[in-house]
Write a protein that binds this ligand. Structure first.
Ligand code: XMP
Length: 608
């Protein structure tokens, strides 16, 4: 069981809120962790503070998440946020009911009790972010109103004697002014134990020693930050003779990727990494597949096949950590799983299935239950993993690389056997002044809480590398007003409109090579322009269409984001866009380049 002494424990009522709060508290330099709604009061003794998170449901609904009320008798400072605030109101004898006016977005809050320790020293009024349909309508005994808004009487409440605080607005999001100040004041009041990546490293190392019980660890290294850091850490702690890494070349990796990883490891003296070229196997299994989810599944399954083969070939045979003879195994399986993947939040539990995390496929899940999996990064957030990577001596550029999807370029080669044009789409019903064309392919998008699979519209401009505000406005309005499209692009290679011509395209080495070249050019140009840090991620996508038959085109998708949940198009300087476009057009087989102007939602970051 997790030792929670000195921690601020976040009780997770669902959604992504719990992670935002926990990671912020760690950024302050204190211990925090997330526990499920079912956690009993007896398990929380010794915690420094408890935060009840927001969540998507209504506390008075049947089946809505309810925490153990005994927690409120432990004498530990408590803060409830949004749903957590409602739960406190209802559980302590007040009332939570549907609000007469539901507040969404920015709202002005007025502080009524400026002596309250969470609000002391803050202005009397400031702007916060609200998102609620319910409210605490009757205060529980012992509570006073601390803040209110025009439409919400109890935007904050407190019982100072019991040190229980409730807040309706979302202090954890950056749109709330003074949100961090309020959280900080609560954290200070709890006096949690200090925490840092540096100090935590020692704890992880001790854990690894304990958990490995003298066994060896086999680990797949993908070249991504998480697996690279995990492998380095395991090797440093257990020694090279007890850790074996395997890098599978899927044929869907970026240009120079394998060499880059090998170089970083050899600079650290790490030699226990085998590389297996399995690209033929991957392309063979992918032959003829065009559906995005099919491709994902095939790539995932091929990974497991190759892993098994390699394990046998390396002489681990019967005792393989991934064979069925697990109980006798002298091997453990190492994984680079990080905290958000470890904690299944209510939000992800109930949300649409978008992808199965490859670290949690059924076989691995069973092995975890049997204690055969070692995951040294399971309690860390991404930025903390990066910090640890630097601590371990990995190069800065490697650990701060843009995220890259597990299935690699496989999800960036858009494939189709036949062109797909929107049914019943009337060009005449489409009224705006900018020339455009419809792309005969569909891509994945997200609207509301579900995924969409719709077409993309290309705009043309006399100045093709200078997207204007009008273009960005159209990119926002077209998918909103028209269910046919989920993406809007600007053609950066042609000022004169043309009708994109379709060529059947499948996930082959030839297509991967084309995309790899374009992707390498983009990477180079972005670094040259010193934009690598400003851009959060920059997928480069190959489309089965071109200006002429037999050719393909490239989509540039630079985005800004903080957590990949939402994103907006990054505004590339025209010169940079022009430079990339010109170089990409020199690749044989590519004759058009587009810039994706779409936000997420309605687009997703990747095209499939
Ligand atoms: P989307 O396209 O859903 O992507 O907006 C959000 C983030 O997730 C990454 N991504 C993946 N990562 N396996 C991964 O490991 C996948 O199948 C996958 N699909 C998307 C994407 O690159 C972005 O950072």
């Amino acid at each position: 069981m997790l030792d929670i002494s000195g921690h601020i424990v976040i009780i997770d009522f669902g959604g992504q809120y719990a992670h935002l709060i926990a990671s912020r508290i760690r950024r302050f330099g204190y211990r925090s962790c997330i526990l499920p709604t079912e956690t009993k009061a007896s398990e929380l003794k010794g915690a420094a503070g408890i935060i009840f998170s927001g969540g998507p449901q209504s506390v008075y609904e049947k089946g809505s998440p309810q925490a153990d009320p005994e927690i409120l008798k432990l004498g530990i400072p408590v803060l409830g946020l949004c749903y957590g605030h409602h739960w406190l109101g209802q559980t302590l004898g007040g009332k939570t009911t549907p609000a007469k006016v539901k507040e969404y977005g920015p709202v002005d809050v007025k502080v009524l009790d400026r002596a309250n320790p969470l609000f002391a020293g803050l202005p009397t009024g400031f702007r916060v972010w609200m998102s609620h349909g319910d409210e605490v309508s009757v205060l529980p005994d012992g509570f006073v109103a601390v803040a209110s808004t025009k439409d919400c009487r109890f935007a904050s409440m407190a019982d100072l004697r019991r040190q229980i605080f409730g807040i309706q607005f979302h202090i954890e999001v950056t749109h709330s002014q003074h949100g961090m100040d309020i959280l900080r004041r609560f954290v200070d009041l709890c006096r949690p134990s200090p925490w840092s990546v540096k100090s935590y490293r020692q704890e992880i190392e001790e854990q690894v020693q304990r958990q490995s019980k003298g066994k060896k660890v086999f680990m797949l290294v993908s070249g991504g930050v998480d697996s690279t850091v995990a492998f380095t850490l395991l090797t440093k702690v257990l020694g090279a003779d007890r850790v074996q890494g395997l890098l599978i070349d899927t044929g869907l990796m970026r240009k120079g990727e394998i060499a880059l990883i090998q170089k970083a490891f050899s600079a650290l003296g790490i030699k226990n990494l085998a590389v297996k070229d399995a690209s033929e196997q991957f392309f063979r299994n992918l032959e003829g597949s065009v559906d995005p989810e099919d491709k994902r599944r095939i790539i995932g399954e091929t990974f497991i096949q190759v892993q098994k083969q390699a394990f046998d070939a390396m002489g681990f045979g019967e005792r393989s950590a991934i064979s069925d003879q697990r109980s006798e195994s002298q091997w453990l399986l190492g994984q680079g799983t990080i905290y958000p993947d470890t904690i299944e939040t209510g939000g992800t539990k109930h949300s649409d299935k978008i992808k199965t995390h490859h670290n949690r496929v059924e076989l691995v899940q069973r092995m975890i239950e049997e204690g055969l999996v070692i995951e040294p990064l399971k309690d860390l957030y991404k930025d903390e993993v990066r910090e640890l990577g630097e601590e371990l001596g990995l190069p800065h550029d490697l650990v701060w690389r843009h995220p890259f999807p597990g299935p690699g370029l496989g999800v960036r080669i858009l494939c189709a056997e036949k062109p797909s044009l929107p049914e019943g789409f009337q060009v005449s019903s489409f009224k705006f002044q900018v020339p455009y064309a419809v792309l005969p392919v569909r891509s994945v998008g997200v609207q509301g809480d579900g995924r969409t699979y719709r077409h993309a519209l290309v705009l043309f401009s006399k100045k093709p590398c200078e997207p204007t505000q009008e273009h960005f406005d159209l990119a926002a309005s077209i998918p909103n007003e028209n269910r046919t499209f989920s993406r809007v692009l600007l053609c950066s290679s042609h000022s004169k409109p043309f009708t994109p011509v379709f060529t059947p395209t499948f996930p082959t080495k030839e297509m991967a090579d084309l995309l790899r070249e374009a992707d390498a050019i983009v990477d180079e140009e972005v670094r040259k322009a010193d934009l690598y840090k400003a851009i959060w991620q920059f997928p480069v996508v190959l489309l089965p269409t071109g200006a002429k038959e037999g050719n393909r085109s490239i989509v540039l998708r630079p985005i800004e984001s903080t957590d990949a949940m939402t994103a907006s198009a990054f505004r590339l300087p025209p010169k940079v866009l022009q430079g990339m476009t010109e170089r990409i057009l020199k690749i044989r087989g590519i004759d058009a380049v587009f810039l994706d102007l779409t936000s997420k939602p309605p687009g997703t970051i990747e095209w499939e």
